[in-house]
Design a protein around this ligand. Structure first.
Ligand code: GLY
Length: 367
C-alpha cells in the first residue's frame, strides 16, 4: 500500500543550525536528483552502503548509481572498525573527493555511523546525507549527528558529533528488511513512548502489529523522529546533568551490558534494549514509581513484536554489573540509569544501590 504524505520535520541544533528530516515517497527519485544536482556541480558524490543493500536493490546500483563511486562494506557491527574507516578514507582520496563532494550513507546504523564519521573527518569535514534503511536508523541513529566507530576497548568510543545535510526517510525501504531487524527497531519505537509520550505508547498498544506496509507506520516513525529531534535540540552533546539526551538510553544501560557480556552479535541491539527496558521497568517498579500493571503492559507490547523480555541464556549478574560500571555513560564511577516515573515520563537517576541492580538483573534471568 502506498502511504500518504508524511510532513517533514526540522532538527534544530541551535545557533541557527538546522537540517530537515524529509519523508519521501521514493528515496530512489530523491537519490536520482542528488546524482543530477551533483553532476551539475563541481564536487563528486560517493555512496557508502553494505552488501545486503546491494543485493536487495540491484536496480538502484546497476542503473541510478552505476556511475557513482560506491564503497561497500560487509553488513554488521564489525564494519565500524578503524581498518574499514581507513579504507574508506583511502577510497575517498582515490576518487579525489574534494570539499565540494558529498557522501550518501545508504544503510542502517552501522553505515550511518561509519559514513558520518568519514564525512566528519575526511578533509576535516564534507557534507553527507543520511538515507536510513532500517527502522532503528530511521527513528534513532540517523538523527542527531552521533557518528563513530568501535575500538577494542568498546563500542562507539571514537567518533564525532557531525550532523547530516538532510535525513531522507522512505519507509518502503523497510520492505526488504528481515523481520527480526524490523522487530529490533520496534524496541526503540516503544522506548520513545516510554521515555516521553504516553499517547504514543497507548497508540502502539491499540494498533495491531506494525509492519513495513502498515498505513500507520510513517506517522509512528515521524513521532519518534519528532521526539528525538526535540531531545537533540535541548541537549545536542549530552551534557545535561539531568535528563536530556541521556533519556534516549532508556533500557540501554542494561542493554549494552547484555550485548557485551553475551558477546556482540548474540542479540541484535534492539533485542538487548528490549530486555534492558524490562530491567529498567523492574527497577522503576521496585523504587515504587511504576506499578506491576505498567510493567506487564511494557512486556506485552514488546512480546507482540517477538522481542525477548528475559535473557535467552544464563549470564552472570556479576559480569553484567561490572560491564555496566565500565559503560562510557558512567560519570565519576556512578552508574546513571534512565527510570520511569510513569509510563511516558522518564528521568535519569544515580540513586540506585547495587542490591537493587542485582535484583533487577536476577529478574531478567541473570544468575
Ligand atoms: N542513540 C542515542 C543518541 O542519539 O543519543
Amino acid at each position: 500500500m502506498r502511504h500518504g504524505h508524511t510532513q517533514d520535520l526540522t532538527v534544530d541544533i541551535g545557533e541557527g543550525r538546522s537540517y530537515p528530516i524529509r519523508f519521501v515517497q521514493d528515496a530512489k527519485e530523491v537519490l536520482a536528483k542528488l546524482v543530477t544536482d551533483q553532476a551539475d556541480s563541481s564536487g563528486k558524490l560517493a555512496v557508502i552502503t553494505d552488501m545486503n543493500l546491494q543485493l536487495a536493490h540491484p536496480e538502484l546500483f546497476e542503473q541510478l548509481l552505476k556511475e557513482i563511486p560506491t564503497f561497500v562494506v560487509s553488513p554488521g557491527e564489525p564494519s565500524k572498525s578503524v581498518q574499514r574507516l581507513g579504507e574508506l578514507w583511502d577510497f575517498l582520496a582515490q576518487i579525489q573527493l574534494d570539499r565540494q563532494g558529498k557522501l550518501v550513507a545508504l544503510g542502517g546504523g552501522v553505515i550511518g555511523d561509519l559514513a558520518g564519521f568519514a564525512a566528519a573527518s575526511f578533509l576535516r569535514g564534507v557534507a553527507y546525507y543520511q538515507v536510513p534503511t532500517s527502522l532503528l536508523a530511521m527513528v534513532d541513529s540517523s538523527i542527531g549527528g552521533k557518528t563513530g566507530i568501535n575500538i577494542s576497548a568498546g563500542k562507539n568510543l571514537v567518533g564525532a558529533f557531525y550532523h547530516p545535510e538532510e535525513v531522507l526517510i522512505d519507509t518502503r525501504l523497510l520492505e526488504s528488511l528481515p523481520a527480526t531487524e524490523f522487530s529490533a527497531g520496534m524496541a526503540e519505537v516503544v522506548k520513545y513512548g516510554l521515555l516521553g509520550d504516553l499517547g504514543l505508547f497507548q497508540k502502539l498498544e491499540d494498533l495491531d502489529r506494525l509492519h513495513p506496509q502498515h498505513p500507520e507506520l510513517p506517522s509512528v516513525i515521524r513521532r519518534c523522529c519528532e521526539i528525538k529531534a526535540q531531545v537533540v535540540r535541548d541537549d545536542e552533546r549530552e551534557t545535561s546533568s539531568e535528563g536530556g539526551r541521556a533519556l534516549l538510553n532508556l533500557g540501554h544501560t542494561f542493554g549494552h551490558a547484555i550485548e557485551k557480556v553475551a558477546g556482540y552479535g548474540v542479540y541484535l541491539h534492539g533485542e538487548a534494549v528490549s530486555i534492558g527496558m524490562i530491567a529498567a521497568a523492574e527497577l522503576s517498579h521496585r523504587k515504587g514509581w511504576i506499578s506491576m500493571d505498567d510493567c506487564d503492559r511494557i512486556r506485552i507490547l514488546l512480546e507482540r513484536y517477538d522481542l525477548p523480555v528475559s535473557l535467552q541464556e544464563k549470564l552472570l549478574a556479576e559480569d553484567l554489573l561490572n560491564s555496566m560500571k565500565r559503560d562510557k555513560k558512567v560519570r565519576s564511577g556512578i552508574i546513571r540509569f534512565v527510570a520511569m516515573r510513569n509510563l511516558g515520563d522518564s528521568f535519569t537517576t544515580s540513586d540506585v544501590d547495587e542490591i537493587l541492580i542485582r535484583n533487577c538483573l536476577t529478574s531478567i534471568g541473570a544468575v
